[in-house]
Design a protein around this ligand. Structure first.
Ligand code: SAM
Length: 126
C-alpha cells in the first residue's frame, strides 16, 4: 500500500518476500536506508541481524516499534562503511542515483536491493 508523506510517497516492503533472506546475515550489522515504520528492521532483528534503520519522515519513524535501533535523519549524513549489509527498497521515488554513487564511493559490503516482487542480493568485496 502506498501513502503520501511530506517528502514523497511511502511503500513498505512486502515482508512475505523476505522470508528466509536474513538468515544468512545473522550477526551482521545492517542498515535499512529509509526504514519507514521499521518492519524490515524488526524482522531482521528477530532473525538475529544487528539491524538499524534511518528514516527522514518523523511521522513514520515515530511509528517504528524498533525505535531503539532506528535513527530519525537523512541517510546521506551517515557513514555506510560502518555496516556489513545495506537494505534498499528501490521505489522509484527516492534519490537512486545519489544512493548508488554513495554505495560505490564508501561501501564494500553486501547490498540487498528490493523492488516488488524481487529481491537481489549483491555481494561486494572488502
Ligand atoms: C520505499 S520506502 C521503504 C521503507 C522500508 N525500508 C521498507 O522497505 O519497508 C522508502 C523510505 O525512505 C525514506 N527516505 C527517503 N529519502 C530519505 C533520506 N534521504 N533519508 C532517510 N530516509 C529517506 C522515505 O521516507 C520512505 O520511508
Amino acid at each position: 500500500m502506498m501513502t503520501k508523506t511530506k517528502h514523497g510517497y511511502y511503500h513498505p516492503t512486502n515482508l512475505e518476500h523476505l522470508k528466509g533472506v536474513f538468515k544468512q546475515f545473522k550477526g551482521k550489522r545492517m542498515l535499512d536506508l529509509g526504514s519507514g515504520t521499521g518492519e524490515v528492521v524488526e524482522l531482521a532483528l528477530k532473525e538475529g541481524v544487528q539491524a538499524f534503520g534511518v528514516e527522514i519522515e518523523k511521522e513514520l519513524w515515530e511509528k517504528a516499534q524498533c525505535w531503539r535501533t532506528t535513527i530519525l535523519g537523512d541517510m546521506f549524513d551517515l557513514d555506510w562503511s560502518k555496516y556489513d549489509v545495506l537494505y534498499y527498497y528501490i521505489d522509484g521515488c527516492n534519490e537512486q542515483r545519489r544512493i548508488l554513487d554513495k554505495i560505490n564511493k564508501e561501501f564494500k559490503g553486501t547490498v540487498i536491493f528490493y523492488t516488488e516482487p524481487n529481491v537481489w542480493i549483491c555481494q561486494r568485496f572488502k
